[in-house]
Design a protein around this ligand. Structure first.
Ligand SMILES: NC(=O)c1ccc[n+]([C@@H]2O[C@H](COP(=O)([O-])OP(=O)(O)OC[C@H]3O[C@@H](n4cnc5c(N)ncnc54)[C@H](OP(=O)(O)O)[C@@H]3O)[C@@H](O)[C@H]2O)c1
Length: 346
């Protein structure tokens, strides 16, 4: 179904999942980018209906409190852009109502990412893909987003053959309850109290868990599979081979990734450095002589994808190794989605 509405210059924006980790960040990013909204609607489950949330304002919406409304299929009347962060099941339930109302759904869940009629967009990499949406645009997985931002300027020098990535993913990737679990377990561990394990499969405090999302038939996890298939779709190249190992670490916020890239032709460290420096959305933080490299503890609340430890990978003919850090609630979720919304503005 073609989407043929004209996006107004001052759209009505709904945030579906406004009380969650990503939802809260949506509000902050709308304010930080001064998104030209004429109205911002906060939606969540019946549990949160009536709750007041502080909003710093954006566009024509003044700073003040927003009252959370229970999300129903009626919530999208007059909405132009619906930013979704409530999980895949709810996105699937609501898709028809959102699209029927004429709004564009920008969805953070994995519900539609690999659907042929849904563009999967990282504005620094494939902004043109927003042009063929039919009412739904998917935001990629947080780990994929920061990796493809780093891969794109290198790919433009020489196509990529193979990527080997290991992730170090923050607890907050599991949402607000997961952050609470890391806090709570850390306190209980230090007090020698019994630890409650509810969100993750194992204790996350003082631990690393090589298991994010469910296991698949080949013993990889779904999170790893997402990095493989989403990278190909966003980069528009089915030939890029990706091997991923995704690990949850006891960090509150910001995912880190160790990435080895093999190219079809020569990409020198110097050429890569120059390409990163010139690329919108990347900050090179790379000076080993002064112990400068990106770290999650430094970068919460930032917008860019940070790259350091850039060096040659001598185990292949044309290879580079690097370390990538980004705030996965901002660039990996809310910021990327609002940047997609900016691409839709007239
Ligand atoms: N956290 C990250 O770093 C990250 C990164 C990329 C993508 N994502 C994706 O973003 C989505 C949300 O993640 P999150 O981390 O923000 O989770 P979260 O903190 O657990 O928040 C979930 C949100 O969904 C709402 N919700 C739950 N059931 C609902 C219902 N029946 N109707 C309406 N709203 C409902 C919740 O409202 P109540 O407060 O009323 O329950 C809350 O606002 C997930 O799909 C996740 O995979 C997350």
């Amino acid at each position: 179904m073609a989407w043929n509405k004209v996006m107004p210059a001052n759209p009505v924006v709904a945030i579906a999942g406004a009380t969650g980790a990503v939802g809260q960040e949506f509000m902050q990013v709308l304010h930080d980018l001064d998104f030209p909204a004429s109205e911002v609607r906060a939606l969540a489950s019946a549990r949160s209906a009536g709750k007041k949330i502080e909003f710093a304002g954006c566009g024509q919406v003044p700073a003040g409190e927003l009252t959370v409304q229970e999300m129903t299929s009626e919530s999208f009347k007059d909405v132009d852009i619906a930013l979704f962060s409530c999980g895949a099941g709810i996105s699937k339930e609501m898709r028809e109502a959102v699209v029927a109302s004429g709004a564009v759904m920008i969805d953070n869940s994995s519900a539609f990412r690999m659907d042929a009629d849904v563009p999967l967009v990282v504005p620094e990499v494939n902004p043109g893909d927003v042009s063929w949406h039919s009412g739904v645009i998917a935001n990629p997985n947080c780990s994929t987003i920061q990796m493809v931002v780093a891969l794109k300027p290198l790919y433009d020098i020489a196509p990529i053959k193979r990527v080997v990535v290991s992730t170090y993913q923050a607890a907050s990737g599991g949402g607000a309850p997961a952050m609470e679990e890391l806090y709570g377990q850390t306190k209980d561990f230090l007090n020698e109290d019994e630890l409650k394990v509810e969100v993750f499969q194992h204790r996350i405090a003082f631990n690393c868990i090589p298991h994010i999302d469910v296991f698949l038939e080949d013993d990889s996890t779904k999170e790893e599979w997402k990095m493989v298939v989403e990278t190909k779709k966003i980069m528009g190249d089915e030939n890029i081979a990706v091997a991923a190992t995704c690990v949850r670490v006891p960090v509150l916020r910001c995912h880190a990734e160790s990435v080895n890239v093999e190219f079809t032709g020569e990409v020198s460290v110097e050429a890569a450095r120059k390409a990163f420096e010139a690329f919108e959305g990347i900050t090179l933080m790379d000076d080993c002589s002064s112990n400068i490299y990106p770290m999650p503890g430094l970068l919460a609340g930032t917008n860019d994808t940070y790259i350091g430890r850039l060096r040659k990978d001598s185990t292949v003919e044309h290879g580079l190794a690097m370390w990538i850090v980004a705030d996965q609630i901002r660039k990996g979720a809310a910021l990327n989605a609002v940047q997609i919304a900016q691409l839709l503005l007239p």
